[in-house]
Design a protein around this ligand. Structure first.
Ligand SMILES: [Zn+2]
Length: 413
């Protein structure tokens, strides 16, 4: 029987292999929206898992389920790959990683889907979020198998689409359909470096449409300017923003978190919008993060009440409010066996490792809230996520592969 040390040694020698696999993944432009090349990428990932001896299924979300939310559903199918390595252990650990990426804009030093390594960093869209973690995970499994060690738990891996939209056709659908069969979940993002993710904020997205009355810009008194009304409304929402900043939640690891509020992430007029016309409609979005000690229902009520109050204060203000979507926050107790074991593993490589939570949301919510599984979030560390020149540190890809391999072979929960 090989020693633990040997997975580290094997992974040290597998850096080029790991980077090559990651580069192949990045070459699939899986931009979402619209959900490009999901089929070929899912096939490639399934082939990888099969080559590692995993019992692998590619699940396709039925077209009828896609139709209400996905334009061109017939040409943009959604696939989730689930692979299982049964070692006969009583418990199963499930790993989750998404293979979709956010679309790119101009300004990249090298083309975003033609990966390149420069000064120890691998560049490409998805390098950090989160194809890098997929590559580290597959390398970890390969290391464990090659050196002849046996995982302490059965290993299940899910590669999902659509995390960059709202996950409902990715991890949300996987959990709803119970395509997983596990006792613990590790989401391969939501923690990195010295921070092991034990939770994340929830979110509520709303859209407010302010109604006005159009008129010629030379005779504005005949109209009601929806844009100016929206500006007045945003002043009122600014007071709400100040008020909620007084709410403090202490995250695992001690960070003080306050609920962030973003107004106008998306804004638009209607088709009649024109420079010399008084706008009769103006729409803006609200992104309100929900802390683990708040509920989505309570926050929604609070937001709607604030909007109603504003309507009373601002003469003539007429609005329509639409809830777009929401997601619950999630929080795992630091004292639970999974976080404890995971921390022990990470500390083997990173002495200062501890728990924390992310302000953004991850697919952990579905495992923690819907599937009711203990879970942690941990993956690779990179830069410029969702931005220009997204990249991941090659040394970190290697280290995270070692962490996953060690966790697989030492953590018997
Ligand atoms: Zn991600």
């Amino acid at each position: 029987m090989s020693t633990q040390h040997s997975t580290d040694t094997w992974i040290n020698g597998a850096e080029d292999r790991l980077c090559g696999f990651l580069a192949n993944l990045i070459r699939f432009d899986t931009s979402n929206p619209p959900g490009r090349n999901y089929g070929p990428c899912a096939e490639y990932l399934a082939a990888k898992l099969r080559s590692l001896g995993f019992d692998t299924v590619i699940h396709q979300v039925p077209e009828a389920v896609l139709a209400p939310t996905v334009p061109n559903a017939a040409t943009h199918p959604r696939f989730t790959v689930v692979g299982r390595w049964d070692v006969g252990a009583p418990k199963t650990v499930h790993f989750n990683a998404h293979y979709d990426v956010v679309p790119t804009g101009p300004g990249w030093t090298s083309p975003p889907f033609s990966p390149e390594i420069r000064k120890g960093w691998l560049y490409g869209r998805g390098a950090n979020d989160m194809k890098g973690s997929i590559a580290s995970l597959c390398t970890a499994v390969e290391a464990v198998q090659t050196v002849g060690l046996k995982p302490k738990m059965n290993v299940e891996i899910a590669f999902v689409p659509d995390e960059e939209s709202n996950s409902l056709l990715g991890t949300g659908y996987l959990v709803e359909q119970k395509w997983h069969r596990a006792d613990y979940a590790v989401v391969c993002e939501g923690g990195f470096g010295d921070m092991i993710g034990c939770g994340h904020n929830g979110v509520i997205w709303m859209e407010v449409t302010v109604k006005g009355k159009s008129a010629h810009a030379s005779r504005p008194h005949l109209g009601v300017n929806a844009f100016e009304m929206a500006a007045a409304l945003c002043q009122e929402l600014g007071k709400y923003k100040t008020r909620i900043r007084r709410h403090v939640f202490t995250a695992p690891g001690g960070e003080k978190m306050r609920p962030p509020l973003t107004l106008g992430g998306e804004v638009r007029g209607n088709d009649g919008a024109k420079i010399n016309t008084i706008p009769d409609e103006f729409t803006f979005t609200i992104d309100r993060r929900v802390l683990p000690d708040e509920t989505v229902a309570q926050v929604e009520k609070e937001l709607r009440a604030t909007l109603r109050e504003a309507c009373k204060k601002i003469p003539g203000l007429k609005i329509e409010v639409r809830k777009i979507s929401s997601r619950k926050a999630s929080l795992v107790k630091e004292s639970d066996p999974l976080p404890r074991e995971f921390l022990k593993t990470v500390r083997h490589y990173r002495k200062r490792a501890g728990f924390g939570m992310t302000s953004g949301f991850t697919d952990m919510a579905f495992y923690a809230n819907e599937a009711r599984l203990p879970c942690v979030g941990y993956g690779v560390e990179g830069k410029n996520t969702h931005g220009i020149d997204e990249c991941v540190k090659v040394a970190d890809l290697v280290k995270v592969a070692k962490i996953y391999a060690r966790f697989l072979t030492t953590a018997g929960l």
